[in-house]
Each structure stands twice: as structure tokens, then as C-alpha cells.
Write a protein that binds this ligand. Sequence first.
Ligand SMILES: Nc1ncnc2c1ncn2[C@@H]1O[C@H](COP(=O)(O)OP(=O)(O)O)[C@@H](O)[C@H]1O
Ligand SMILES: [Mg+2]
Length: 302
Amino acid sequence: MMLSRVISENVDMATQLAEDLGYVSINRGQLEQVILNLVINAADAMPAGGRLTLKTSNVSVSEPGAARCPDLEPGDYVHLSVSDTGEGMSEHVIARIFEPFFTTKDSNKGTGLGLSICHGIITRSGGTITVKSNPGDGTAFNIFLPRSTPPDIDASASSYCDGTRAMPSGIGTILLAEDEPAVRAVTSRTLRNQGYRVIEACNGREALDAARAMSGQEIDLLVTDVVMPVLGGRELAQEFEVLHPGAKILYVSGYADCGAGLPSDEYSQGQDAAFMRKPFSPVDLARKVSELLTGHRYGVGA
Ligand SMILES: Nc1ncnc2c1ncn2[C@@H]1O[C@H](COP(=O)(O)OP(=O)(O)O)[C@@H](O)[C@H]1O
Ligand SMILES: [Mg+2]
């Protein structure tokens, strides 16, 4: 999700994301819609600029009526909050925000449907959405989704499981260059399931075209096969680095000798580039990508 595109430049966006965030059962597209609606509302509330903060954390409620979230049943939750330093709301407005068609905006701007849709999505997923706001003092929307167990993963990867960290997830844009359609499809699906935005290319040339077309936008990682027709992974990477200097690179190859001169230790904590030998399991891939993007290393075979 490119949230930076929907908020204006005078809004400063900060994120505080938990590294070991638990799992939730909710449709990814619907959760994105919720976040997008909340972010747009926050931006609308700060016409003169301000700060928008997105936070995630694990929250456990041990007794009914706990101070932080008095409406929650005891249990384990994933907490997501979207807060702003905008104009805030009166009690009268707060009482009605989740009603369909309730809006305080001009008819060309507001439909009044955003929050009623958010409310529907969150409650249907077993969650709770609450708001804290005061006029002139900003607004915070808080979402609590019940934590669920990790999804089943590839049995061959089970030796790498360590509970909730088995499949790390993340955000960011990944350019994937892979000429073998079946490998490309599996790789792309794994990365999308982890939450990344994936741009697929069938060879190095196509990937380079995409990288050029996106030169004004952020690409966080290039995942490239080493041996491809038209333009190979190394040549692609050289050109790519010039176009997207901050991005990380993950080389993948089934040819043992192609690792020569590339970062070779599969589990080394490479700073900017790493190499993985095919075949790899979805969990290996998810971990390697997460390591490269966050700098946080996952234990192996723990
Ligand atoms: N972050 C916020 N700060 C101030 N007011 C808000 C915020 N989010 C929502 N509101 C209020 O709630 C109303 C309903 O929001 P929503 O359902 O998204 O509809 P819309 O944005 O189309 O008006 C808004 O018109 C606004 O008055
Ligand atoms: Mg809205």
C-alpha cells in the first residue's frame, strides 16, 4: 500500500510497528481498505499539516474492564492504531461517526461511508474499533483484532518453525525478476501473502524497464534470478542499483556456481544483498526478505 501517495506533503507520517506482531484472521484487502479510510480521514482532518502515526502491537487483556480497553473481553489481540494531530471531534460528532452517510464534509469530498464500512469489516472479523478524540486535540482510532494461530506452512519447512515468527510479514515494494513462470508464480504469491506489493517481470530486460518506469517511486527490494535470458541477474542488478540506490537485492539461483562473487552464505546477514539457492521453501524466502528489509535476523532451525 502506498500510503504516502494519499497524504499531502505537509503531513508527516510515522510508523511504530511491532516486530513480532501476532497473526489475525482478516481479509487482507479489507484490512487495507480500513487502514486507507482511516488514513484519508486523518489527512482530511489536518488541512494545515500535522503528524499521522500508525502503530501496531500485541495486547493481552487479562481481566474484564482493563483500563486501556474497557470494552474488550479478556484475551490476546493485535492492536492497530491510526492517530492524527488534526482538528479532533466533538462528542456530538463522535456519537455518529460510524453511522452510514454521516459526514461533516462537503458533498464532493465526503460520503459518510468510510467509517461505517470500517466498522462493518472489523466487527465481522471479530474485532473492535474505538475512537478517542477531543476538539482541537487530534484523533486516535484503535482497532483490536483477536490474535489467531499462525497459518499452516509448507511441511518441508516445519523444522524452521518457531511459533508466531514462522512466517514474518512486512510492507514494501518488491520487484521480482524470474523467467520460470511456475517459480515466479510461487515466489510472487508467497511475497504477496506476506503483505508486500510485488511487481513481476519475466526477465532482466522487463525488470529494468519496470525499474526505470518507477524511478520516482520506492522499490525496497529486487529479487532476481541469476540466470535469465535477455538480461541476467547481475547485469540487471548493476543497472538497478543506479536507479534505486537504497534498495536491497536478493539473488536466487539453482546453479551452484552462480553464487561465485555474490553474497554466498545463505543465512549471512547481508547488509544490502544476499543470495539464496533454489529450491527454497516459502518460509525461507519470507525470512530472507524480512531480514534484508528490516535488518532483523531470524534464528535458523531453532
Ligand atoms: N481523523 C478524524 N478527525 C476528525 N474527524 C474525523 C476523523 N475521522 C472521521 N471524522 C469525522 O467522521 C465523519 C465520518 O467519516 P467517514 O465515515 O469516513 O466519512 P467521510 O470521510 O466521507 O466524511 C467525517 O465526516 C468527520 O466528521
Ligand atoms: Mg472518510
